[in-house]
Design a protein around this ligand. Structure first.
Ligand SMILES: Nc1ncnc2c1ncn2[C@@H]1O[C@H](COP(=O)(O)OP(=O)(O)OP(=O)(O)O)[C@@H](O)[C@H]1O
Length: 323
């Protein structure tokens, strides 16, 4: 079995009366990618701040790279790299100078060669001598991650690393993250993009109102929630009414003029639904089959009041399609 790169148990944190983390515990295997998901305000940044020694917890234990964050802060700091939502890049320095500065601060031997290698790896050679202030958001994030890699940290915390990146830059970042993990680095990832967690993470934990409401592989999480359903969209409410009568057990959305009907997604059972509509002379304008993805997991498991009515509707739909 692989050893733990991060071990957290009984983590609690309150700001005044407001309990933000209420007994959070998880384990991250060395050389894996772990993603912490949760709605805005769930406590993700607070967790990252505690794990990276920037903040003290009220209770609980946290070991990172084998060291206790409270009693061995220095060793933890030496073993980790952190890239934030607000890049630590100095805008008045060039990309090369930014990297060189970090390498010198960390007293890395052969800093010049390392800087060249990183510039190449992150496709920043052409802009290496331009001021970082002139970089695009994507280039800045790449530089930020390159700076984090100086000194070969064992554990890297990536806080929303691809926010604002175009799809191609996002994929480049994903490739780099995968390479790092293949080399044995452990990645702790927070992201707003569930697709990103689905693509990258070996394990995911969902935080909601200070508690972990689910943990597992992306596949395990998807299996926890109601399954596949067929979705029909109609031209008007009259057709929707008629369809709801002939396909009982569905969940209707009067605004969207849609009906979702639980279904295993096999051709035979889909054909039965379509035949039922046809026999009753009801035409659907659109028809799709929907299998649960991480968006569904997120919506089903996290607080409905935080996300407004869309979230609530989706959760009701989820309940309605439960087997
Ligand atoms: N210094 C502070 N003082 C008081 N309350 C705080 C402080 N920092 C955070 N909070 C509150 O703690 C809760 C959790 O905040 P946190 O930033 O950890 O959430 P998050 O999951 O990272 O959210 P987001 O996705 O919006 O970044 C929020 O309700 C926030 O308002």
């Amino acid at each position: 079995m692989r050893s733990s790169a991060i071990a957290v148990s009984g983590l609690r944190k309150a700001y005044g009366d407001k309990v933000v983390l209420d007994g959070v515990g998880f384990d991250v295997a060395a050389g894996s990618i772990f993603s912490l998901l949760g709605p805005n305000g769930a406590g993700k940044t607070t967790t990252v701040n505690i794990l990276t020694t920037l903040m003290k917890a009220d209770a609980g234990t946290v070991r990172v790279a084998g060291h206790d964050v409270v009693t061995e802060t220095k060793q933890v700091r030496a073993a980790i790299g952190v890239t934030g939502q607000f890049a630590a890049v100095d805008e008045l320095l060039s990309g090369r100078e930014n990297l060189r500065l970090v390498a010198d601060l960390k007293r890395v031997r052969g800093a010049g060669r390392l800087v060249d290698r990183l510039l190449e790896r992150f496709d920043l050679v052409e802009s290496a001598d331009k001021m970082a202030g002139t970089y695009s958001g994507g280039m800045r994030r790449k530089l930020d991650l390159a700076m984090t890699l100086v000194g070969n940290p064992q554990v890297i915390f990536l806080d929303e690393p691809t926010t604002g990146l175009d799809p191609r830059s996002r994929r480049t970042m994903w490739e780099i993250v995968r390479e790092l993990v293949a080399e044995g680095t452990t990645i702790f990832l927070t992201t707003q993009y569930l697709e990103e967690a689905d693509q990258l993470a070996d394990r995911i934990a969902v935080l909601n109102q200070g508690r972990l409401v689910a943990q597992g592989t992306p596949e395990e999480l998807k299996r926890q929630i109601p399954g596949t359903h067929a979705r029909f969209r109609f031209a008007d409410v009259h057709d929707l009414d008629a369809a709801a009568r002939v396909l009982p057990g569905g969940t209707r959305d009067d605004e969207e003029l849609t009906l979702r009907v639980p279904n295993d997604g096999e051709s035979k059972s889909l054909l039965a639904l379509l035949s039922r509509l046809d026999e009753n002379a009801i035409n659907a304008k659109e028809f799709s089959v929907h299998t649960p993805d991480l968006d569904d997991v997120f919506l089903a498991l996290t607080d409905s009041t935080a996300g407004g009515t869309d979230t609530e509707n989706t959760i009701k739909e989820k309940e309605a399609v439960a087997p």
